[in-house]
Design a protein around this ligand. Structure first.
Ligand code: G3P
Ligand code: MG
Length: 253
């Protein structure tokens, strides 16, 4: 635990290795496997509705075609978002953020909302998604952690839900991490795991930032990152890492 009240394992896109990512099945699986937190990706449909979806285009994870931002919600609702993963998940639907929040509250899950948008849409996506989330999320539950690769999105998040923690996501170690996180009022830095070193983790934590790392699916890697002081790892198989965390002597080191 740290000041964000994070758990050490966050289900990535729910539990993306075990169920179709960012769907109800994935969030239910994360909860069933003991995850306290899940991460999800949010974008806007063509008609401006926040939906939970990772890719820019529909082909990989649905039976639709084209760009998500060019597709109306009514059309997105008709897509099959599960069959690509396995026949048993056929009929799984793409969810709106509103539907997803209702499900997460029912499941008792905390959430990291990652705002996904190109720079031309980042601020608008953050504004619309977080105004909605801000209305729906109960004040007596741990607030969502809002993250993004986009600094514009985080700057807008600071205006819309100023009291919710913010995290800067980066595939590389940002040369200006100290200045950027201070300017954006970030509580955390979320970094692709090969970019982390003990020295980098220590330096970030000394400034008061929590350090989160993605995507970690091997217990031995998670153990190493936790040893370095990483606060939480995003995993496609959160249950696997939770078991390893509970039985550290059983896993390889
Ligand atoms: O937020 C951590 C991680 O999800 C960032 O990368 O591409 O999986 O959304 P991506
Ligand atoms: Mg993500």
């Amino acid at each position: 635990m740290n000041r964000l009240a994070l758990s050490r394992v966050i289900g990535h896109r729910g539990a993306a290795r075990l169920a179709p990512e960012n769907t109800a099945a994935a969030f239910r699986r994360a909860a069933a496997d003991g995850a306290g937190w899940v991460e999800l990706d949010v974008q806007l449909s063509r008609d401006g509705v926040p939906v939970v979806f990772h890719d820019e285009t529909l082909e990989r994870t649905t039976d639709g075609r084209g760009r998500l931002v060019d597709t109306e919600l009514s059309e997105l609702r008709r897509l099959d978002a599960g069959r690509w993963f396995a026949p048993a998940f056929a009929g799984e639907r793409l969810l709106t953020l509103e539907q997803t929040i209702a499900l997460l509250l029912q499941l008792g899950l905390s959430v990291n909302i990652e705002i996904k948008a190109d720079e031309t849409r980042a601020a608008a996506t953050a504004e619309v998604a977080l105004e909605l989330a801000g209305r729906l999320w109960p004040a007596d539950r741990p607030p969502p952690l809002v993250s993004s690769f986009s600094r514009r999105a985080l700057a807008r998040a600071a205006q819309v839900v100023p009291d919710w923690p913010r995290g800067l996501v980066s595939d590389g170690w940002p040369a200006d991490w100290r200045r950027a996180t201070r300017r954006l009022g970030c509580a955390s830095l979320h970094v692709f795991h090969p970019e982390l070193t003990p020295r980098r983790v220590r330096a970030a934590k000394e400034t008061g930032l929590a350090v989160l790392s993605y995507t970690v699916n091997e217990p031995a890697l998670a153990s190493r990152l936790w040893l370095w002081g990483v606060d939480a790892v995003f995993s496609d198989d959160p249950g696997l890492l939770l078991v390893a965390d509970a039985n550290p002597e059983a896993g390889p080191h």
